[in-house]
Design a protein around this ligand. Sequence first.
Ligand SMILES: [Zn+2]
Length: 329
Amino acid sequence: MQMIGCFLSHLLWLKVKMSLVGIGFLSCIHQFVTDRHGLTIISDRHPGIIQAVRQSTMESGVAHRFCIRHLRDNFKKTYKNVNLVELMYRASQRTMISEFEETMRRIEFMNPEAWGRLNRVRKEQWTLCHDGGRRWGAMTTNKSECMNNVLKGARGLPITALIQQTFYRVNDFFVARRESGQMTTSSFMPRLNAKLMDSERECQQMRILWYSLERFGVHDRWNNPYDVELKEIASCECNVPKLYHHPCSHVMVACMAIRVSYKDYVSKWYTTESYCLTYVPEFLPVRQKGFCPPMNLTLQPPDERRKKGRPRNTRRRMAMDERADHFWF
Ligand SMILES: [Zn+2]
């Protein structure tokens, strides 16, 4: 069985062995992985997963999104034109609907059949600008793929060694993150801090027009206007606050103008406190065999006999298995 779920607030990246997929798939996740509501599942476009999630999500309000790398790999197999694939990838990453539509017009001009094919996929499932903030900006299943690195080497071992390796490596993973969380003194973890600092620097080249105490027009350094509203939640025409749940540089400019901290508009899930809470659960040491309570259990060998020789690897290698520097984007 292979099933990896990673969490950042309400996101769930799935790498699922297909035998697990079926009716009741989501109820198994709710039962064994998390009981949170409003989950978003990011997966590839395997028909089995699509059908299972569709059947399971009717009542639970779960959103299903596609991994854009898987989508792009499939698109690349049919359409060999590098520029067309690049445009498709760009269309998926656009945060503004006007920019997305402009990119789609270019795709239609270049290849009407590819344009028609993309239009048959529901926009909220593959484009960031139509996502409504359910992805938190995550376009791929990379977070679950990165668990492969954590568990590297913990395969092809005798069962006891395999369980021990998995246990100790996941424990190390938690300990390292617990330590880095404790050493962080800022309100947010370094990665988001750096992003916010970049946006703060951009603010210096912007102009602001006041329309009211809540509504502003912000012009960036290229004189592009953005409509900004600061209410209970911040909104901006660039769509970044809604999609990523943290303020863009335009919102920051407006916050500075009315002397409000832009940090108030950063989601609580980005705080160092939330990060630390993720890794609070501790693993208990495994006791020596002699200290374990006796069990009246006789383990039977498996019914199947393993065939001679090395088992054939049936995993299909995709572009994402290649080294990162082989990508052209
Ligand atoms: Zn903005």
